[in-house]
Ligand binder design. Sequence first.
Ligand code: SF4
Length: 359
Amino acid sequence: MKTLYGSIPDEIESLVAGQGLPKYRAVQLLDWIYKKNVLAWDEIRNLPKEMIQKLSGEIRLTALEPGEEKKAVAGGPTKFLFKTADGHFLESVLISRQDSSDDESEEAVVRGGRETVCVSTQLGCKIQCAFCASGQGKFTRNLTAGEIVEQVARIGRVTGKKITNVVFMGMGEPLDNFDATLRAVHILIEPWGFAFGARRVTVSTSGITPKILEFVKAVDGRVRLSVSLHSSIDEVRSSLVPINRRYPLKDLVSALRKINQDLKRDITFEYTLIADLNDSEEEVEGISIIAKPLRAKINVIPYNPIAEFPHKAPTPEAAERFCEQLKRRGLHVTLRQTVGRDIDAACGQLRLDRARRTA
Ligand code: SF4
């Protein structure tokens, strides 16, 4: 059965028209789900009971059930585990920051002043990045747009916090679930939906080059694009992000140049820094060659070790040094804290643990 979460105005209008109800009822329903984030039919107050009864026989309101919540140290991120209607688990993270700056930059999203939900887009991930727990687990299926946006609604409701930003950086490769990601983005940014400012929504990709161009055009470049770089050397990048064999750096960078020059859109690179693997002088030089012409920002994230990829995190001093070297080359760099080292919050890790516990 379809769900109201994930539906767009045309679909809800057809639904209410099918019940012989006036069009304005569709507007009310949209408001209840995407603005008030109701999670049960009886929370909807201004619609006739008979209408609710008929609707609930035709469509489900929600697609997820609450799972566990795991909080890191004070001020750290909180992880949420949700259960899908077909019995799978997916995870989302809430990152709360104190800074109340109005700065809309990507750094500010990371640095503070906001409540950022990191959503998952797939159950598992086919990309299989070497350092990522999601990539080690089995790929089960794509999430629906409803399952994606409902993560935002549920976390807002459970915590009572006003969610200010959404990043597509959880489990899964958003552009490998293209249609649902695109629909979810529209629901998040359109005035009839959650109405987030488009610059408060970031979609992150491992680098599916043709899909990047298609996506940027489809959203008219409105939302932020973040690309997982992780190495400036093809051989190293292919060992970390296997899709690099299919879409090597040369193709990726030329697509990003097109986006930056023709469409005038900013790019952010994510760089997971792994001790003795991608922290060399050669990498610093290579990153500079790639990022400088794009005027791209670089988020350096110290590796959060997982059992399946036995490499070390850089020391805090080494991570600082790496960032300083990039900055000296005129690059815009932010050293980010690993999200939730204390709560096994490397991408996909909580779900993997759960799968192991229930296996
Ligand atoms: S890092 Fe992202 S793209 Fe890579 S395996 Fe993990 S979830 Fe997939």
